[in-house]
Design a protein around this ligand. Sequence first.
Ligand SMILES: [Ca+2]
Ligand SMILES: [Ca+2]
Ligand SMILES: [Ca+2]
Length: 402
Amino acid sequence: MRNFSVGLGLVLLLLAFLSSCIKDELTPKKSVVFLIQADTTNTLVGLENIKINAIEKSGTGSYSAITDGNGMVKLQITLGLYSVNVSKSNSGFVINGNADNLLISASTDTVIIKSTIKPIGQGLIFKEIYYSGCTTLTGGSYFSDQYVEIYNNSGDTIFLDGVCFGFIDPLSHQVSVWSDPAQNPGLRIPVTQMTWIFPGSGRQTPLLPHTSVLIAQDAIDHKTDINGNPNSPVNLSNADYETYFDLSGKDLDNPAVPNLKYIFANTKTTFDWVIASTGQSLIMFRLPTGTDYQKFVQNQNNFSTKPGSSATTQFLMVDKRWVLDAVEIVKLEPDKQIKQLPVDLDAGKVWCNQLKAGKCIRRRVSELNNGVFTFADTNNSLVDFVGDQDPSPKVNVFIDFN
Ligand SMILES: [Ca+2]
Ligand SMILES: [Ca+2]
Ligand SMILES: [Ca+2]
């Protein structure tokens, strides 16, 4: 009986091997022309040398190529469902495009990627975001050491007074029930949980050129504090602010570090401002000049419940024209990387492959001049950011953009 089982096992193995060979040979590939469409009037940028990245959504493969002078490139590509991203920055302008559920079938000959050309942003940016957390000595999860670092990427002092930030609904792997960004240029973006605001009424919270502000979930030395975790990669006791959520009654408050105020919270039950460790997109925005945020959050027109849902949870709705910076943080599995942000705010996505491993996402550097860092901000996080980085709050790290 044993010999029979071994023999059968070998036959099955051989069959599996043969079928995988046949599958490889039969995996249909075809030649598809990718064509970038963008209005190049009034810019110095052409459609040549644009990088195209195509990621197959079931995770079986990815392709990249560079366009010719007509914004065109031919790829030999396996049939499937793709996320396609295009980007190029040159002469102070940036070209971005994204097609998130692009089906390449046997009948696909040409694919047109509609793209935008905009001046490169110079202002406040999310520079580094640590959200993936780490494990504890007993194998539990620890996320209290999350932080967000915001950088002044310009040569001028920027006043943070009234600048707000928060994360958007829904989580990165869920399909959004809010209106389709591509169809709605006047889109409002739903912010969930707390929306935080920097203090001051105009010119009280300056951020000097090429400096940053560090916002800790809890501003303690997470490596040594009794409430911390020896596995944590960070000491955040020198943070500039902490998110302190008084309603929970469970949040830590380091008296030496100022607490940020929240202008609105749509939950009372979470104990702090916790970024989903599997990814959640962030926006930073400024209300229009002269807007009193207290009046703003009293106006019911600035809120919405979830479309198609009977739940009463209110979401603060932010006009996308107020957004200063946005980062699409997604899960690592390609089929769960669902875009939530409009392409003109962030044409790409970024993620960490290692979860709970104490890793962060970090911006690449576009220019380093006598110790002065300018970070890449082409509004495409696929090229602007790198995942799986060791956190280094308040310390600039050089990762080349070019
Ligand atoms: Ca806190
Ligand atoms: Ca505090
Ligand atoms: Ca940006």
